[in-house]
Design a protein around this ligand. Structure first.
Ligand code: CMC
Length: 429
């Protein structure tokens, strides 16, 4: 028999159905509460609100579990490629060899961007933030690839998804090249996804550039680890925008903008800024731990804490190992890494962090890896966006396929002025 929750409210007992997920996660369905009682539920910051049911990604924050379409992240990190993971997330199953070849070739054939888009790069200030450029150029794609009535909704979606997957690395690499005054390098379609991105970032027409296979492997891993994370801020934003039936380009642009903030994807950039500040100012890690604990200071340890993971972030574990391997293989000794290790050790022993279950998250190590790869700090969040793109696409698709889906429209409890007089300007105080 299905479970029912009972709520005593305004003198009546309301029965609310309980929805149970595959992993026995339970949620009380309050969708009819207002109709039955006039009350809404209030949950600032969605700390306890399930916005949808989803079959894409499972997270158990207490146990540190992350699975895409049921497959543990540790397995995908070891055995898969980013494009295979993208297929898995978007299509809902691992591809056969033929499906993977078709998908990979399709993505490969769409890597170039329209020549006219290149002119936008001349209009942006040289010091423009790459996330601003990414959002602007992705948004502009809808002007180049307009809705085509000859295609079915599914065909249109699939084509636009391929265009986005193929072009995002090109758009991102062009933003970097422009910022350092180097010529934009065309994609090379014989290369793998990650190899091609590194080529567009670091090669120049002046000399031969060999893409380092260790960097390609590490980038592949990082993109896989970032590929989806269920209803985080940017993904919820993508679902929200998709719910208005705006185009996929519009929804992904909104996701990029949401990701930019320092509480979300922007944290990887802030981690390096924080470690640099620690190195430059000195005084030891304790000084910064004390600042993070001080409620009168706004300082937080960037790269620590997570809304969902209250044990450890499984992605951080994998990234930490990759980080050690990459730095050793590239023979890089980075003082920031030493500070990061010291900080991690000290924070994990400190009762403040232990009691609040604040562990290093994915961003704590990804910044260090990107730095070692030569990616400029301001472009770290762009790297996160490249990784998160398949997840955003998968959620937009899932939303659009939901039977009877509705525009997402939260309610509020109004706490402003009651009905008030309009006072003419000459009488206002
Ligand atoms: N440094 C110091 N104290 C912290 C930190 C931190 N990094 N994170 C949380 N706390 C404290 C917070 O002050 C609060 O203390 P108290 O209970 O005394 O008021 C307690 O821990 C609970 O924190 P919260 O802010 O209620 O937790 P949240 O779930 O709302 O926030 C978070 C999660 C990730 C926004 C937050 O931990 C944070 O700002 N961390 C630093 C930024 C960061 O690394 N973000 C990347 C997240 S992972 C990548 C992604 O998915 O985007």
């Amino acid at each position: 028999m299905s479970e029912i929750a009972e709520l005593k409210l305004a003198g009546q007992t309301i029965e609310l159905p309980v929805v149970i997920g595959t992993e026995n996660e339970k949620g009380v369905d309050v969708s009819n509460l207002r109709a039955k009682t006039g009350y809404i539920t209030l949950d600032n910051g969605y700390m306890n609100t399930g916005a949808c049911t989803s079959a894409i990604t499972f997270i158990d924050g207490e146990k540190g579990i992350l699975r895409y379409r049921g497959i543990p992240i540790e397995v995908l990190a070891e055995r898969s490629t980013f494009l295979e993971v993208a297929y898995l997330l978007i299509e809902g199953k691992l591809p056969t060899q033929a499906e993977l070849d078709y998908f990979t070739n399709r993505v490969r054939r769409h890597t170039m961007i329209h020549e006219d888009i290149k002119r936008f790069y001349d209009g942006f200030p040289r010091d423009a933030h790459p996330m601003a450029i990414l959002a602007s150029v992705v948004s502009s794609l809808s002007t180049f690839y307009q809705h085509d009535d000859q295609r079915s909704e599914d065909e249109q979606f699939s084509l636009n998804a391929v265009r986005l997957l193929a072009k995002l690395p090109t758009i991102a690499a062009y933003a970097y090249k422009k910022s350092i005054g180097q010529p934009l390098m065309y994609p090379q379609n014989h290369m793998s996804y990650c190899e091609n991105f590194l080529h567009m970032m670091f090669s120049t027409p002046a000399e031969h550039y060999e893409v380092d296979p260790v960097m390609t492997e590490t980038l592949n891993l990082l993109l896989i680890l970032h590929a989806d994370h269920e209803q985080n801020c940017s993904t919820s934003t993508v679902r929200m925008v998709s719910s208005s039936k705006a185009s996929l380009f519009a929804a992904i642009t909104a996701g990029i903008c949401a990701l930019w903030g320092p509480r979300h994807g922007g944290a990887n950039e802030e981690v390096i800024d924080m470690l640099t500040q620690m190195r430059n100012e000195g005084g030891g890690v304790k000084k910064y731990i004390d600042m993070a604990k001080d409620k009168n200071s706004n300082f937080k340890l960037m790269g620590f804490g997570h809304r969902v993971y209250k044990n450890f972030d499984p992605r951080a574990k994998i990234i930490k190992a990759a980080c050690d391997k990459l730095l050793a293989r590239m023979k890089i000794s980075d003082p920031l890494l030493d500070i990061a290790k010291e900080l991690e050790e000290a924070a994990l022993k400190d009762p403040y962090f232990v009691e609040r279950k604040l562990y290093p998250n994915v961003d704590f190590y990804s910044g260090i890896i990107y730095k070692a790869m030569g990616i400029p700090t301001v472009a770290f969040t762009v790297m996160f966006a490249l990784g998160r793109l398949p997840g955003w696409i998968a959620h937009s698709k899932e939303y659009s396929k939901e039977p009877g889906n509705k525009i997402n429209r939260p309610r509020q409890i109004y706490i402003g002025e009651p009905q008030s007089e309009y006072v003419s300007v000459d009488k206002r105080k």
